[in-house]
Design a protein around this ligand. Structure first.
Ligand SMILES: [Zn+2]
Length: 444
């Protein structure tokens, strides 16, 4: 089973390398034609020389004492690419990558010929400005950063070093598969802490307080404009869901930390490494974290036998509020998608593949806080399906069931009290049988 692309896999490497995402930062220069050996060496020396002093500043601001010195250095783009490839190899199997790739395609979030692994390596190599490696306790700064950018990146990475010393980041490297939503929430805490601290450090020089700023997430649309100014070609070419997944832990994580700062200060942020956030819902809505509103565990039965001999379940994971937001907002408005996914209670999303035909089938069941929340999501999902397949024929349309015949097979969306079941990609020639699937999934 795999870590999911939507919120999990896109961030997977970040667990390992805790990279600083740069789109939110001031000026980012594309690498110069070639940094000659002398200037690269100078940059590396600068980083090493500045480490102790910046660590002290970070430690004071964040109220965490350094327990050991931190090793630091710089890396070239080619070295960073190697690091990213190694991260992929250490943390995922080819089957997991394949399943994540297929889930993106099945949800219509990436083109049918999308190559997830290759694309993510290119994207990460373009975006990384620095990283901290918990395994060797070292931080590296990209050698193409300009001086202006170098310091904030170091602040961010040094905060990861302090997190590791106090809260042990290695415990998050290997995570049981099947709950990417929880994993994404924890990444958001890790990245949000380091990002908020980076801003706090910059603002302090101006006599400003990060907890008094508007939410960092209210600036999130600027990342696209920034990418355009900086000509970040891979980021601009990325499917929207991957772009949003990539910035999620930084932007929404930092907003979560801002909320925490208002209520409980930096000590509250530290305490969150013990009382970990459980879902992207808790990251998006601080009050749900504070109220300890835990997700409902949903487990769908394996229906591959009902589908036939060549079918196999290749993935089971949790979409979460943020994953469903991405799934909806790919085809309907962001505002509408945000409203429809609020009130998420829990879900499981499963992916099946026909080994002979390559056909993909999705079955996902979500639980909502109230019947009204479920009905909202049901209507939004039906709308999304109509927008995704404008040519689809509507087979059923009632207040509790919508069915469409699409070029990818039959799609059925059912509403029952506080739950919504969706089956997508059911082979058209077996339409009469899909009721058996939905009965099994509803556990009738
Ligand atoms: Zn980071």
């Amino acid at each position: 089973m795999s870590k999911r692309t939507l919120t999990g896999l896109a961030l997977l490497l970040l667990i390992i390398i805790h990279a600083t995402f740069v789109a939110q930062q001031p000026a980012r220069k594309t690498p110069g034609p070639k940094a000659d050996a002398a200037s690269t060496k100078t940059r590396a020396e600068e980083v090493v020389a500045a480490t102790g002093e910046i660590l002290e500043e970070v430690s004071k601001l964040r109220r965490l004492k350094p327990l050991t010195p931190v090793k630091s250095g710089t890396k070239s783009r080619a070295e960073i690419e190697q690091e990213i490839i190694r991260g992929f190899e250490e943390t995922t199997t080819p089957e997991e990558i394949e399943a994540a790739n297929k889930a993106l395609i099945a949800y219509g979030l990436a083109p049918k010929d999308f190559r997830y692994r290759e694309f993510m390596i290119k994207l990460m190599t373009e975006q990384v400005a620095g990283f901290y490696r918990p395994k060797s306790k070292e931080l590296f700064i990209a050698d193409w950063n300009d001086l202006e950018q170098q310091k904030p990146v170091m602040v961010h990475e040094l905060q990861h070093a302090l997190q590791d010393q106090h809260f042990n980041l290695r415990r998050f490297e290997k995570w049981p598969n099947g709950d990417s939503d929880r994993e994404a929430a924890i990444h958001a805490l890790i990245e949000g802490d380091a990002t908020a601290l980076m801003y706090a450090h910059q603002l302090k020089g101006m006599g400003m307080d990060i907890s008094k700023l508007p939410p960092i997430s209210s600036f999130s649309d600027q990342s696209l404009a920034q990418a355009e100014r900086d000509k970040q070609a891979v980021f601009l070419a990325a499917p929207a869901s991957l772009r949003e997944s990539l910035i999620f832990p930084y932007v929404y994580g930092a907003t979560f930390v801002q909320e925490m700062l208002k209520k409980r200060g930096w000590d509250g942020v530290s305490q969150a490494f013990t009382d970990l956030p459980q879902s992207t819902e808790q990251i998006l809505h601080f009050d749900k974290y504070a109220a300890k509103e835990v997700p409902i565990k949903v487990e769908l039965p394996d229906i591959s036998k009902l589908l036939g001999a060549d079918w196999k379940r290749i993935d089971a994971d949790v979409n979460g509020e943020f994953g469903y937001f991405l799934i909806l907002s790919e085809f309907i408005g962001k505002k509408e998608a945000r409203t429809a996914t609020a009130g998420w209670g829990g879900d499981q999303s499963t992916l099946y593949e026909n080994a002979k035909t390559g056909q993909l089938l999705l079955a996902h069941l979500s639980q909502w806080d109230t019947a009204k929340d479920a009905a909202e999501f049901f209507r939004a999902y039906a709308e999304r399906t109509r927008k995704r397949y404008p040519q689809a024929r509507t087979a059923t349309k009632t207040d509790t069931e919508c069915a469409f015949q699409t070029p990818d097979g039959e799609s059925v969306i059912q509403l029952r009290e506080q739950s919504v079941l969706v089956i997508e990609g059911f082979p058209a020639n077996q339409s009469a049988e899909w009721t058996k699937l939905s009965d099994a999934l509803w556990k009738k």
